[in-house]
Design a protein around this ligand. Structure first.
Ligand SMILES: C[S@@+](CC[C@H](N)C(=O)[O-])C[C@H]1O[C@@H](n2cnc3c(N)ncnc32)[C@H](O)[C@@H]1O
Length: 297
């Protein structure tokens, strides 16, 4: 494996990693990941190119190698959130999402949860099947998840429930006269289908981000970061696109590494960080995001 040459030396280098923290790295992630120490990443949130459904300037990636490297760099108990949908080719959905889910399991990950990201609209209308408004959010863990901060924001339908004593295992009611009511909290834990308003102005308010054809919503990245990591944790997006993951990591006081093969998208990701840098600099003065260009030597 060739070494990578860093052109910009002005940014913090982690003692544990051979690549800079809090940076957007313009390179093929398969060249950068081998430079990251094993067991160093707390959380990865990412979305791969879907069967070349969209035009990412012609860039591809090797799933098998990526999954293998991700397993190596993720900490024990760390999480990957893999957001993916299938395209339809010759009348059939490709099934890439399922194949990749099984691929991660074969590398050693546990499939911790199969979550759904439901959009408020569809991109490609179809005449022969129902409109496609969801993608998978596969949550993989390397062993037992070390962090879970559940989002408690689902309004409970009722303010009261009955005592559990009333219902027997076979479903019959044992104390028909037991009318004891228990007060429940106003909000309960979220279900695993997350709905987001999508489309211009909703996915993000950063107009420049829409130069990328396949953003996921900022709110989605935020919700996963809050759920599976703590402040100061290291978050990776190896297919960072216009930098939704890195922006939200920065905003939530997590450290981050974002990699994308497209220089254009890296510049957008950096600009989005710069848009919020002024606002956040008093909170996190140590964060100085840069685009780092790696070159093979
Ligand atoms: C679905 S997009 C990610 C969008 C991102 N989640 C966002 O909200 O902006 C996938 C990205 O993978 C990048 N990509 C494809 N192959 C790559 C590779 N080998 N290394 C790094 N990035 C790659 C593409 O340039 C594209 O921006």
């Amino acid at each position: 494996m060739n070494n990578l040459k860093k052109q910009d030396h002005s940014i913090e280098i982690s003692p544990h990693n051979h690549i800079p923290i809090n940076s957007i790295i313009n390179a093929n992630c398969l060249e950068v990941l081998p430079q990251i120490s094993s067991n160093s990443i707390d959380l990865t949130i990412t979305s791969p190119p879907y069967d070349n459904l969209r035009d990412y300037q012609g860039f591809h990636f090797n799933f098998d190698l990526l999954a293998q490297e991700l397993f190596r760099v993720i900490k024990p108990g760390g999480i990957i959130v893999w957001i993916i949908g299938d395209s339809t080719i010759n009348g059939s959905e490709t099934g890439s999402s399922f194949k990749q889910a099984l691929g991660f399991i074969s590398k050693g990950f546990k499939l911790h949860d199969t979550m759904i990201y439901q959009k408020s609209g569809f991109a490609f209308p179809s005449k022969t099947r129902y409109h496609q408004i969801f993608e998978y959010m596969f949550v993989f863990s390397k062993g037992k998840p070390k962090t879970f901060n559940p989002l408690i924001d689902r309004p409970n339908k009722s303010q009261y429930t009955f005592s559990k004593k009333r219902r027997k295992k076979d479903g019959t009611i044992s104390h028909k006269d037991d009318t004891t009511r228990i007060k429940v909290n106003e909000y309960g834990m979220r279900f695993n289908i997350w709905r987001y308003k999508t489309g211009r102005g909703h996915t993000t308010t950063d107009a420049i981000a829409y130069e990328h054809p396949a953003l996921f919503p900022e709110a989605l990245a935020k919700d996963h970061i809050l759920s599976w990591s703590n402040e100061g944790d290291l978050i990776l997006d190896p297919l960072n696109g216009a930098g939704t993951t890195t922006k939200m990591a920065y905003m939530l006081n997590r450290r981050f590494i974002g990699i994308d093969i497209s220089e254009k998208y890296c510049k957008i990701a950096l600009e989005r960080l710069n848009l919020i840098k002024e606002r956040l600099s008093s909170r996190f003065p140590k964060y100085i995001p840069h685009v780092i260009k790696f070159e093979m030597v």
